[in-house]
Every structure is written in structure tokens, then in C-alpha cells.
Design a protein around this ligand. Structure first.
Ligand code: NAD
Length: 264
């Protein structure tokens, strides 16, 4: 039986992946704020350590799959929390569980980013540099500066934290592709568009972001269901996907292609 660690397993896409793997007879160890095998707050350094310690002890130090779904939407205040969970809550677990993954059978990890990661360019952005340098205080300072600038910049600080974290987390995964590949551990990223989950519903209710989410329909004319993303994540972990590594796979109803038809 394989052992899978899923962060954000209590809701949305994480819960959909959990259901799917349990139905396949796999052992799943969920990490979430509540309703999970391991209760840990991935927004804090202490919570991340507790999550890693719990995952290592419950798995016996051998993990076959790591699926990082936990995240917060752009509507969550303060925006620094969004940056902490969506980037540092992912990368710390990837690195902290890497040795246990090396002990697994055909091991792999999947990180959930977002198609918002590429809706603007982050080349040369000090914010992205701070993420990739592991400078959480520096990231917070830059996000706070946007909040304190007032006006439209302040209103969009949550989106800035969200999109920058999603871009940086995909970049961080790709940066690990060479060393992880040599160690025999596959690592891929999925970049969903709008998916019908509690996070999206909360965004729709937010006066700053609700209209933009409502008005933004992908070329396929509908939002995704969590099970559709879970199916992709499950596939990326299967033997048939054994040569997929270091890739960012968009599952967004055509948004990325419509926005950036020539960039691939
Ligand atoms: P969701 O809110 O349904 O689930 C997210 C889960 O993460 C929740 O169970 C929540 O408790 C957990 N979580 C949040 N903060 C945490 C913390 N500090 N510590 C531990 N767990 C924490 O959301 P979802 O839509 O299923 O989102 C899953 C992932 O997909 C997220 O990373 C999100 O950014 C990303 N995403 C979502 C959409 C969308 O439209 N829903 C689109 C693109 C990407």
C-alpha cells in the first residue's frame, strides 16, 4: 500500500484528491487546520515543523506521494498570510519531506499553483526574488508596502500576494527538478483556473474580487470541478506519467492559451 501526504486535505481540491486515493485503497495522511490526521498551521514556521514531524512519524519515514494543495485565496486578510501559506507552507514541506520521499516507491510530489502565476510577468520582481531566497520577512515587507500604499494597490495587495506566491512556488518546484530527478523523485506543478471550491465561493463574496471572478469566464465557458483537478493530480502520480517531471500543467479551460498564445 502506498502512503500519500496531502496538505489542505479537508476541503476543495485536497479533499477531492483524498477521496480518490482512498477509493483506490491507498493510505492517506492529511495535513490541515482541522479534520485531518495532522493538525498544523502551515502559515507559521512552528506549524510547518509540526506538519513535517507528524508526517515523518505517521509515515514511518517513507512517503510515496506528497500533494501540496493547502492554500488561501486573494481575499484573505492579512495578505502576508496568503504569501506564507501559499509559498513557504509548500516549499518548506517539499524540502522537509524530500528524504522520506526518496525512500518511497516510484515517489512523486505535486504542487498546486494557479494560472494566475503567469497572468503577469514576474521577471526581475523583487517579490519573486525574496520568495526564492527564502526571505519570508522580506516578502511580508513588500506585501505590506503594497497594502500601505493605499488606493488600488492596497485593494489588490491580496491578489499580489496570491499571484506572486503561485508564480514563485512553480519556479521553486522547477528549480528542484534537476536534483530531485537525479534522486528519482518526480515533482510536477498543476496550475488550475477557477475551480468550484469553498475558496472560490469566498472570493465571489468579496467586494474587491467578486465581480472580477464572476465576469471572468474561460474559453470553455465554465469553471472546473475539484474532481477534474484531482484526476489530473492522480494521473501525475501514476506509472503512466513516469516521464513527466519538472512540468507545469495548466488545467484552466483555455485561459493561459487565450492570454499568452505565443508564450510556451
Ligand atoms: P479550499 O479553501 O477549499 O481548500 C484549501 C484547504 O487549505 C482548506 O482545507 C484549508 O483549511 C487549508 N489551509 C488553509 N490555510 C492553511 C494553513 N495555514 N495550514 C494548513 N492548512 C491550511 O481551496 P481550494 O480551492 O481547494 O484550493 C486548493 C489549492 O488550489 C490552493 O492552493 C489554491 O490556491 C489553489 N487554487 C484554487 C483555485 C480555485 O479557483 N479554487 C484556482 C487555482 C488554484
Amino acid at each position: 500500500m502506498t502512503t500519500t501526504i496531502i496538505t489542505g486535505s479537508a476541503s476543495g481540491m485536497g479533499a477531492a484528491v483524498r477521496r480518490r486515493l482512498l477509493a483506490d485503497g491507498e493510505r492517506v495522511i492529511g495535513i490541515d487546520l482541522r479534520d485531518a490526521e495532522i493538525h498544523a498551521d502551515l502559515s507559521t514556521r512552528h506549524g510547518r515543523e509540526a506538519a513535517i514531524d507528524g508526517a515523518l512519524s505517521q509515515s514511518g519515514g517513507r512517503i510515496d506521494k506528497l500533494i501540496c494543495c493547502a492554500g488561501l485565496g486573494p481575499h484573505v486578510d492579512p495578505a502576508t498570510l496568503v504569501a506564507s501559506v501559499n509559498y513557504f507552507g509548500v516549499v518548506t514541506l517539499l524540502d522537509g519531506l524530500f528524504e522520506a520521499l526518496r525512500q518511497g516507491k516510484a515517489p512523486c510530489a505535486v504542487v498546486v499553483s494557479s494560472n494566475s502565476a503567469t497572468l503577469q510577468s514576474w521577471a526581475g520582481s523583487p517579490l519573486r526574488d525574496a520568495y526564492l531566497a527564502g526571505d519570508e520577512d522580506g516578502v511580508h515587507a513588500l506585501v505590506r508596502a503594497a497594502q500601505e500604499a493605499g488606493g488600488e494597490q492596497a485593494a489588490q495587495a491580496g491578489y499580489l500576494a496570491y499571484a506572486s506566491a503561485k508564480n514563485a512556488v512553480a519556479a521553486a518546484a522547477r528549480q528542484r527538478a534537476a536534483s530531485w530527478g537525479r534522486a528519482g523523485v518526480r515533482l510536477n506543478v498543476v496550475a488550475p483556473g477557477a475551480v468550484e471550491t469553498p475558496m472560490l465561493q469566498a472570493g465571489l463574496r468579496d467586494p474587491r474580487y467578486g465581480d472580477a471572478i464572476r465576469d471572468f469566464l474561460p474559453p470553455l465557458g465554465r469553471r472546473a470541478q475539484p474532481d477534474e483537478v484531482a484526476a489530473l493530480i492522480a494521473f501525475l502520480c501514476r506509472p503512466e506519467a513516469a516521464y513527466l517531471h519538472g512540468n507545469v500543467v495548466f488545467i484552466d479551460g483555455g485561459v493561459d492559451a487565450a492570454q499568452r498564445p505565443l508564450a510556451f
